[in-house]
Design a protein around this ligand. Structure first.
Ligand code: MN
Length: 292
């Protein structure tokens, strides 16, 4: 199933070119900041609830006429995987991979939905797109093995891990508001038999910039979940970005960025420099400040 969140905390299932409104299945719990899909997962997702008979009696609208939001507008956690493809390691001229670096956290306030916009914070610091497969956790997971890890996945979606190329730690450079586009929907695992053979494509203004495949992940989805769950408990609705293949590059004002992942779909966002400031104008004293 393809779950979407749209307009005023509505939860939908996409069926061809229509959206079936399943908001009432979740009840009032879906009105909070985590949104209705997070509420569904917290309640314990049971696909048996969504029988064809039940869906047949629910209201529906044309998909093209609803405004899609991020499927998880405020996940419990957004986890990132640094240098998780060898070709991306090569293009960045770095010596370490995820095996050395571990994982990192992105602020959940960085999530934005289809369309974006992605807002560039600085006028004069390179900011890159990173197209990534995102994993949505369905069940609480702590210290689980790779062999059982995929049983803890609810579904998959497209994501961008937008990144400023500056000297700060990853969690700073990747946590600006709008730096984690997610969507357009979450596809449940029954439709993705194997997450380890999915093409990941990314276009910027119509030019193909990234073309990778999840078969080349260093920590594949199962190992990434096993490793992450050895560090922190994963909860339903947590999101793991699995890392970017080669082809990252600068995005600038007015760009359109499209991520397409095989069997999942396409996520498109626009980029704006509106409100961007010179890097040197950011708050905080610099190295030469004298201690009080
Ligand atoms: Mn990344």
């Amino acid at each position: 199933m393809h779950f979407v969140v749209y307009e005023n905390h509505r939860l939908g299932i996409v069926d061809g070119d229509v959206v079936i409104d399943v908001t009432d299945v979740v009840g009032s719990g879906g009105q909070g900041p985590g949104g209705p899909l997070a509420a569904l997962l917290e309640q314990g997702y049971d696909p048996a609830v969504f029988t064809p008979e039940r869906l047949a009696n629910l209201p529906r609208r044309a998909l093209a006429q609803v405004r899609l939001k991020a499927p998880l507008p405020r996940p419990g956690k957004v986890i990132g995987a640094p240098v998780n493809y060898l070709e991306h390691k090569a293009e960045m001229s770095v010596t370490q991979t995820i095996a050395d670096l571990g994982i990192f956290l992105k602020a959940t306030s960085s999530v934005v939905g289809p369309g974006g916009p992605v807002r560039l914070p600085y006028l004069d610091k390179r900011t890159d797109q990173e197209a990534e497969l995102a994993v949505v956790i369905g069940r609480t997971a702590s210290n689980i093995s790779a062999s059982e890890a995929l049983d803890y996945v609810f579904g998959y979606t497209c994501s961008l891990d937008i990144t400023v190329r500056s000297t700060e730690d990853r969690s700073t450079r990747k946590s600006f508001d709008t730096f984690t586009p997610l969507g357009p929907w979450v596809i449940t695992t029954d439709e993705i038999a194997d997450p380890h053979k999915l093409e990941v494509l990314c276009w910027v203004n119509g030019l193909l910039r990234q073309q990778g495949n999840t078969r080349d992940l260093i920590f594949d989805v199962a190992n990434l979940i096993a490793y992450t769950s050895s560090v922190m408990t994963l909860w339903p609705g947590d999101v793991i970005l699995t890392g970017t293949p080669a082809g990252v590059g600068p995005i600038v004002d007015g760009n359109q960025v499209i991520v397409e992942i095989e069997k999942i779909g396409k996520l498109a966002v626009t980029v704006t420099a509106e409100g961007a400031i010179p890097y040197d104008a950011r708050p905080g004293p610099r190295h030469n400040h004298s201690p009080r």
